[in-house]
Every structure is written in structure tokens, then in C-alpha cells.
Design a protein around this ligand. Structure first.
Ligand code: ATP
Ligand code: MG
Length: 491
């Protein structure tokens, strides 16, 4: 290409790159100019966002729940975008008489059966032409926390690209990999899933050199049925492992056998590593202590034990730290760097983040998401920090639990009754089952308030004088974080 390459920005694309990656040629060219003109052009990258795209980028049209990217194409062509990736048949439905397009020079299209798959192919091509090695992780819980910890460790001495926020699905992962630039030595990427087959597709795109499964708890059961199936679906991550790559598993996982089998099913898997509290672990976790507002633990790596402390009240963070350390060990990063990286870790917003507000309120902000396992842990943490029979639990629905929904909410109710926080505030529809469960086990109805967020806000304001520890938690769709300002605004 005639583009000057810059180590800091992703390598540009020319038409040949695009054809090679997508697996077909650009099919149609409009206007007076010929395909040769386009052939000379180079593009800065691939965009799926019609709002932020610039003329030096390729537009790939995704059809989502709310928007269909194809609808924006005429406008984008007018704005100067010249290459589009569209679904098969789009050009037939396109109004060829659109005058404004006919006048445009150089507009060309790649027509593909599935534009989401094409995004994956582009990302895979880009990943394969980059110098970076890829460390990928999936799991039911702890993906984002582990990724953040690993990012801290890897970035100490390597230019590292990492997943931002929660961009870990079939759109987010390709977008992440497409940001790879020549400077990057490592990419640390998360993979999320809700259905079988997804992780296999993501892994085929990322071709990880190291692949880790944090754990296989019962999240996202809706599309999967049993926990064994959850484990099998996560183990798909090893299908895409680069030859000789390292598979890393949680030694304490009840479904370890399935995971090991998944790792071994790929004949080119290099080594299998373990992290956890079991003595066979390559990164062994011990002495987990959570009596303080922070957590301390010990990690033994290559026979050498070291003490760690993390600014989180949650025991599970120690497991995530062990996972991140295992990723780093597999990458050849030494133990002092692992320690330094973990020290720099700050829990992700909304993820068991402890905040001591100026007005004396202690907030356990776990509003980012919820499932039965994390709900249990969060309630235990509230109990431990606030004291028994103290504290306010503000809970929203746990979504995506399929036919287990009622059961899991009821069980949360049972735990609430056992731990007996001073108040239980509930928002949503499924939470009615939490209430039922709590009442069933003798938790007083007078301590429960179920209602709108406004009603909960009123109750919070009233109750905060007696109780200054508050846990807020619910599934992403419940946006429980909108209750945080209520606490912040209390004088
Ligand atoms: P999501 O799929 O919702 O994005 P995630 O896998 O990225 O989640 P995190 O954001 O790290 O996970 O943590 C989410 C919640 O899961 C935490 O707040 C905590 O309640 C729970 N959790 C995190 N790590 C673990 C773990 N190792 N074991 C059990 N539960 C965990
Ligand atoms: Mg996440």
C-alpha cells in the first residue's frame, strides 16, 4: 500500500486486504470512476457506527435490534464513504435511480451472506497480520475483573491492547482486535457468551496464544440448560487456540474434567495450566482473608509464595487475581511484575466497589450486574461489613435465568432471611420471589419495601440514619446504579 504505516495506529486496509479478509471481491462500482481508483485507496479502518465514521473508513452494515446499518448507506455515500460491506441481496433492493448516488464517484460494495461474520473475518485477518500475541479469557464470572488485573500486569512492560468496558461479544471482540496496531505486543481480550457456539466463533477470530476460563458458575443458563453445558460452551475457547498455545483452567471448578477434556480435544493445544486452591495448581491461592475492608491472600508461583492485598471486600477477587497471575505466568511475565501489576488494580466501577461517601454512608456498589452466585456473595459481604442484622440490601431482578428464575430468586430470599439485613429494598418483578423466599424463612415483612425506584429512594433517605451500609445490586437491565445519586445527595 502507499500508506505510511504508523506503529501507533492500526495498519490501514487496501481493497486487496479487504477482499482477502472478507473472502470475496468488491462487487459493484458506481459513478464515472473505475474500480482502479478505489484500488489505489487505503482505509484507516472498519466502522460499524454511522455516527462516528470518517470518509477514510470502510462502513460495515450490521442489522441490530433497533437499527439496521444498511439504512444509513445512502447518507454515508453522500458524505464520502466509498466502501461498504453489506448483506447479500442489498444491491437488488437498493434504489438504483437514487440520483445523488449515481453522481458519486467510486462507491463499491462487498456483498456477504452475513455481515457480522464478515466483521469477524476482518478482525481475524487483522489479528493474524499483527505482531501481537493474544491472551483471551471467558467464564461465568470475573471476566472483566480478571481482564483488568491482567491488563495492569501485562502493560507494565508490554504495549498491551485490552478489551474496553464489556466489549466482549461478537461485535465487541472484533472491534477490539481491529484496534491492534504494530506497537502492540499483547492483546488481553474478554469473550462473553449467551449461547453455545459463540465462544468457538470468538476464539476462531482471536486465535489466542493463551486461553483461560475463570469459572463455570450458573450464569446465562437460558440458552444452555445445564451447568455441564455451560462448561462445554466455555471450553470452546480452546478450539481456536493457536498451535502450541496454553490452556488455563480453574483447578477448583466442579466441572474441571469437562474443561480439561475441552482443552485436550484440540490436538495442537500446548500445555494445560491450573490456578486455584488445589495443591496441583501452577498458581496456587491460599490464606484468603477478608476480615478487613480489603482482601489479603497468598499466591504460590513456581514454589515461591507471596502475600497480596487488594482494595476490595470480596473474596472472589483473590480468585480473579490468581487467574490474572496465571495468564501472566503463561506469557512469561515474572512474579515481581505480577505483584506490581496486581497492586495497581482498582476494582471496576459497579463491581463490588466499596465507596465511603462524605456523608458517612458506606456503599457497596455492585450495580453492574447480578446472577445467583454473585448475589449470594454480595449479601455475605454486606453482612460481614455492616454487621449481623444490619445494613440495607437494595436488590433488583436477576435476568436471563430461564426456567430457574423463580427458584433462584426464592433462594436469594432464603439467604436474606439467614443474614437478616436491617432492610430489604426490592425493585423489579422477579424480586417478588425474593420477598416470598425471605418471608418463608421468617424475615419480617416490615423490613421489606418493594416498589418503584422513587419509592425505594424515599425509604433509603428515611432509613439511612440507622443504617449506613448499603448494598445495591441487580442485573444490568435493572440499571440499579440510578439509585446511587440518591445516596450521594443525602447531606
Ligand atoms: P459480566 O459477564 O456480567 O460482564 P464478568 O464475568 O465480566 O461479568 P466481573 O465484572 O469481573 O465479571 O464481576 C461480576 C460479578 O461477578 C462481581 O461483581 C461478582 O459479584 C462476581 N464475580 C466476579 N468474579 C468472581 C469469581 N471469581 N467467582 C465468583 N463470582 C465472581
Ligand atoms: Mg464483564
Amino acid at each position: 500500500t502507499n500508506a505510511c504505516t504508523n506503529a501507533l495506529t492500526p495498519r490501514p486496509w487496501d481493497l486487496a486486504d479487504l477482499s482477502n479478509a472478507i473472502g470475496c471481491d468488491a462487487v459493484t462500482v458506481w459513478g464515472q470512476k473505475t474500480v482502479t481508483d478505489v484500488k489505489r485507496a487505503v482505509f484507516k479502518g472498519i466502522s460499524t457506527d454511522s455516527r462516528t465514521i470518517s470518509p477514510d473508513m470502510v462502513f460495515l452494515a450490521l442489522a441490530g435490534e433497533h437499527f439496521d446499518g444498511h439504512n444509513f448507506i445512502p447518507d454515508l455515500a453522500e458524505k464520502g464513504i466509498i466502501v461498504f460491506v453489506v448483506r447479500q441481496g442489498y444491491l437488488n433492493t437498493f434504489d438504483l435511480n437514487q440520483k445523488r448516488l449515481m453522481d458519486k464517484p467510486r462507491v463499491c460494495f462487498f456483498e456477504v451472506p452475513d455481515t457480522l461474520a464478515a466483521l469477524g473475518r476482518l478482525a481475524r485477518y487483522h489479528r493474524m497480520r499483527s505482531n501481537a500475541r493474544v491472551a483471551a479469557l471467558t467464564g461465568s464470572n470475573g471476566k472483566t475483573s480478571t481482564r483488568k488485573m491482567a491488563e495492569e500486569i501485562f502493560s507494565l512492560h508490554h504495549d498491551t491492547l485490552a478489551t474496553q468496558g464489556n466489549l466482549n461479544n461478537e461485535i465487541g471482540l472484533p472491534q477490539t482486535l481491529l484496534r491492534l496496531a504494530d506497537i502492540h505486543e499483547w492483546a488481553v481480550v474478554e469473550m462473553g457468551m449467551s449461547n453455545p457456539g459463540e465462544i468457538a466463533r470468538l476464539s476462531a477470530i482471536a486465535k489466542p496464544d493463551i486461553a483461560l476460563i475463570t469459572n463455570t458458575h450458573g450464569s446465562h443458563m437460558q440458552g444452555l440448560g445445564s451447568l455441564d453445558n455451560v462448561a462445554r460452551a466455555k471450553a470452546e475457547i480452546f478450539k481456536g487456540l493457536n498451535p502450541g498455545g496454553t490452556a488455563i483452567l480453574f483447578a477448583d471448578d466442579p466441572r474441571l474434567e469437562i474443561l480439561v477434556q475441552g482443552a485436550r480435544e484440540n490436538p495442537t493445544t500446548g500445555s494445560v495450566m491450573l490456578f486455584g486452591t488445589q495443591s496441583k495448581s501452577d498458581v496456587r491461592l491460599s490464606e484468603i482473608n477478608t476480615t478487613d475492608h480489603r482482601i489479603t491472600f497468598s499466591l504460590t508461583i513456581d514454589g515461591h509464595a507471596r502475600q497480596y492485598a487488594l482494595p476490595s471486600p470480596a473474596a472472589f477477587m483473590a480468585f480473579n487475581a490468581a487467574a490474572a497471575a496465571a495468564l501472566a505466568k503463561a506469557a512469561g511475565i515474572d512474579e515481581t511484575d505480577i505483584a506490581q501489576g496486581l497492586e495497581a488494580f482498582v476494582p471496576v466501577k459497579g463491581r463490588m466497589r466499596l465507596r465511603h461517601l462524605d456523608n458517612g454512608i458506606h456503599l457497596i456498589d455492585d450495580t453492574y450486574n447480578a446472577n445467583p452466585c454473585s448475589m449470594n456473595q454480595a449479601l455475605q459481604v454486606l453482612n460481614r461489613l455492616a454487621g449481623s442484622n444490619r445494613g440495607i440490601a437494595v436488590l433488583g431482578d436477576m435476568l436471563e435465568l430461564g426456567d430457574q428464575t423463580q427458584l433462584h430468586h426464592r433462594q436469594v430470599g432464603h439467604l436474606v432471611a439467614a443474614l437478616s439485613p436491617a432492610k430489604l429494598l426490592l425493585f423489579g418483578t422477579q424480586v417478588a420471589q425474593i420477598r416470598e423466599g425471605a418471608l418463608e424463612k421468617g424475615y419480617p415483612d416490615a423490613h421489606i419495601v418493594m416498589g418503584s425506584k422513587q419509592e425505594l429512594a424515599q425509604t433509603l433517605k428515611k432509613s439511612i440514619k440507622q443504617e449506613n451500609w448499603v448494598l445495591i445490586k441487580g442485573s444490568r437491565g435493572m440499571t440499579m446504579e440510578t439509585l446511587i445519586p440518591v445516596l450521594e445527595e443525602i447531606p
